[in-house]
Design a binder for this molecule. Structure first.
Ligand SMILES: Nc1nc2c(ncn2[C@@H]2O[C@H](COP(=O)(O)OP(=O)(O)OP(=O)(O)O)[C@@H](O)[C@H]2O)c(=O)[nH]1
Ligand SMILES: [Mg+2]
Ligand SMILES: [Zn+2]
Length: 306
């Protein structure tokens, strides 16, 4: 039987059977699934799995099918990649203007945490936005990202957002307290718990504590837990440039140039001319250097091959 994972808490999964339409409580056979040693958790919300029911509402999962897309982060405690959402068509990165404050470096990392999905940048709480934040976000629409403004207070952008996500699966990700669950509730009429933003620290309180798949009328959504810090998952350094579409491909002297000051690299010149934003280039370099210093726990214990 094929299942779609809709909720995951402590390795107990709630999954929808794509064959009989029932909901099953699932466990995964064995502790670590083959080919998934490099991950914090073998399955994520949105994953398609194979398995067999052993009662009317329980099943054992034996295999996770390859993902077409994912939103992943680096779990700094366990030193492994952690998948927050899988198989979404759109990764919606939600930001807010002032509570919590807009952090461009965070947004750049969030974009790089998504792979295989379209990126949608949502400035939520537009009722609190000022010109500064609109200016900062203009950079992203100039680069070619889809940027929209929403507010659950004024209703701005909600209909536009509905038309963008129609017929698709959208994962909402971003800092805690930016209003992901509030948006999800406005879109689906569901009642996800929402929290306030701490006055003292001006950041969210991690109200949503696990990812959840919600099927709605003509679209589906994955609500994810907000984070305070977000690090890009361990991956091939060359993949990072996908999150920076303004970096030129194939125009530097050497193929596969990482634009880190190599001979014949044209990027420093483009930054100098203002054709590539200095801030975005700085984000890119910071991500590369964080990744090159990192080694996942499962790789470190391996014996070196001489
Ligand atoms: N002014 C204003 N406040 C909003 C808006 N959307 C959400 N909020 C408030 O922001 C706070 C946080 O909202 P949540 O929806 O819980 O935020 P979240 O992103 O789901 O947070 P986590 O689950 O912790 O990741 C709540 O107090 C909401 O009422 C908005 O458009 N404008
Ligand atoms: Mg939430
Ligand atoms: Zn280059």
């Amino acid at each position: 039987m094929r299942f779609q994972i809709r909720r995951s808490i402590n390795n107990i999964y709630t999954a929808f059977s794509l064959d009989d339409g029932h909901i099953y409580t699932c466990r995964i056979k064995g502790k670590v699934m083959k080919g998934r040693e490099s991950e914090y958790s073998p399955a994520a919300v949105g994953d398609i799995a194979e398995g067999e029911p052993y009662s009317g509402n329980e099943a054992l999962i034996t295999r996770i099918l390859d993902r077409k897309s994912a939103f992943q982060r680096w779990n700094t405690k366990r030193e492994l990649n952690q998948t927050i959402a899988a198989n979404q068509d759109i990764s919606a990165i939600v930001v807010s203007p002032s509570s919590p404050p807009f952090r461009p470096r965070f947004l750049d990392r969030a974009i790089a945490c998504s792979s295989g999905a379209e990126i949608l940048i949502i400035l939520n709480k537009s009722d609190q936005a000022d010109d500064g934040v609109y200016d900062s976000l203009k950079l992203y629409s100039d680069i070619g990202f889809n940027v929209i403004h929403t507010s659950s207070v004024t209703g701005e952008g909600i209909e536009e957002l509905k038309s963008i996500i129609k017929g698709k699966c959208t994962a909402f990700a971003g800092q805690s307290g930016v209003g992901k669950s509030t948006l999800v509730n406005a879109l689906t009429g569901s009642r996800q718990r929402i929290g306030d933003v701490s006055e003292k620290y001006n950041r969210g309180r991690h109200t949503t504590n696990h990812s959840l798949y919600i099927e709605s009328d003509g679209f589906s959504i994955i609500d994810t837990p907000g984070v305070r810090e977000l690090e890009v998952p361990f991956e091939d350094l060359h993949l990072i440039s996908e999150a920076f579409p303004e970096l030129p491909a194939g125009r530097c002297l050497y193929d596969g140039c990482l634009h880190q000051g190599e001979e014949g690299c044209i990027v420093p010149e483009l930054v100098e001319d203002g054709r590539i934003s200095e801030d975005r280039y700085d984000s890119y370099l910071r991500i590369l250097s964080a990744l090159s210093e990192r080694k996942p726990a499962y790789m470190r214990n391996r014996k070196s091959r001489g």
